[in-house]
Ligand binder design. Structure first.
Ligand SMILES: CC1=C(CCC(=O)O)c2cc3nc(cc4[nH]c(cc5[nH]c(cc1n2)c(C)c5CCC(=O)O)c(CCC(=O)O)c4C)C(CCC(=O)O)=C3C
Ligand SMILES: [Fe+2]
Length: 312
């Protein structure tokens, strides 16, 4: 059975389905190496702290995929059919492609719910998707990045503007410095000319300008705990040195992420917030995009552009 619809594989990092599956998830992230009991406990504790052992990323990704389907249907009903594929949890990227094949899909687009391209992130999602698609005879075209799409910049700029106002009010009208951030990666990405850093700076610059943010800088967050060096400075260090220099109010704008999840709800809202309290400064973060209509528009446009490259 052949199907004229274009399949859309919507890919995201993935999160455990329950506390029982945290070990399997962590082992998958570590490429098959099981974590030590201490490492596992630390991760379980972080999930328990953010939402009492539920996994907000799962519901957020589900909602993003269904909102995107709705958005694509308003353009042309039935032309696009969305499938979910996760990097480190079920349904895996390969599961999503297999479901397309079962539905008779012959042509598909792949897109990752992360705006910036890196050889260590988006490239590996796309590679897994294309390899599985080839096995099933599906023609697939993948989106590499959409970090400067005007709707994305507008959505982020609105959030930065709102965040500046909220933190400034909390800080008695003090000037707010914006800290754009993203997930750190090992420094070795620089040896392969990876565009990740450059794209993140481009997004930050465009959002700062659109939001008319007076003062801003870029910093990293959530570096892995491995023996190799990771990109820095980390947001904790950046906060310390800015506080030392007399800065009174900071707004985190994690533009490398699109959902409420562990790296935002724990690393920023709990860890960085506690650090700000110790430093005696005001701190806040922008609202995440989740299913924002402007974000859905960004994804839909990028999908249509990739679909135009498929053979007819
Ligand atoms: C580039 C990048 C993104 C952004 C782009 C994208 O979205 O793809 C991202 C997002 C996320 N990372 C997440 C979670 C985790 N990432 C880890 C570890 C790692 N991330 C890495 C990279 C990235 N990660 C890397 C190179 C490692 C080291 C692995 C190794 O050892 O080689 C670990 C292990 C423990 C730790 O180190 O903290 C966890 C638990 C969650 C889900 C949170 C939830 O469930 O709510 C999300 C959205
Ligand atoms: Fe990660």
């Amino acid at each position: 059975m052949s199907n004229d619809a274009i399949g859309v594989l919507v890919m995201s990092y993935g999160t455990p389905e329950s506390l029982d599956s945290v070990e399997e998830y962590y082992t998958h992230i570590r490429r098959g190496n099981a974590p030590s009991p201490e490492q596992l406990k630390e991760l379980v504790d972080r999930y328990e702290e953010i939402a009492g052992g539920v996994f907000p990323l799962r519901e957020n990704t589900d909602r993003q995929v269904s909102s995107l389907q709705d958005k694509l249907d308003t353009v042309e009903t039935g032309r696009y059919r969305c499938y979910q594929g996760l990097k480190h949890a079920r349904p895996y990227i390969e599961d999503g492609v297999q479901r397309m094949a079962q539905d008779g899909i012959k042509r598909a687009v792949g897109i990752v719910l992360a705006p910036h391209f890196s050889t260590m992130s988006v490239a590996s999602y796309n590679k897994r998707a294309m390899q599985e698609a080839e096995k099933h005879g599906i023609e697939m075209s993948c989106v590499d990045s959409y970090h400067l799409h005007p709707s994305l910049i507008q959505a982020l700029a609105e959030r930065v503007r709102d965040g500046i106002d909220a933190v400034s009010a909390k800080a008695g009208g003090a000037e707010v410095k914006v800290l754009f951030s993203a997930h750190s990666l090992p420094v070795r990405i620089r040896q392969v000319g990876d565009p990740y850093e450059e794209q993140l700076l481009e997004t930050s610059r465009a959002v700062a300008e659109a939001a008319r943010a007076g003062s801003w800088q870029f910093t990293w967050q959530s570096a892995g705990r491995t023996n190799e060096p990771w990109l820095g400075p980390d947001i904790m260090e950046t906060m310390s040195s800015l506080a030392e220099g007399g800065e009174k109010a900071l707004l985190a704008a994690p533009v490398g992420f699109v959902s409420d999840h562990l790296e935002v709800l724990y690393d920023l809202d709990i860890e960085a917030m506690a650090h700000a309290e110790r430093l005696g400064i005001s701190f806040g973060r922008i609202r995440m995009l989740n299913s924002d209509p402007l974000y859905m528009e960004t994804l839909a446009d990028s999908i249509r552009e990739a679909a135009a490259k498929l053979p007819s």
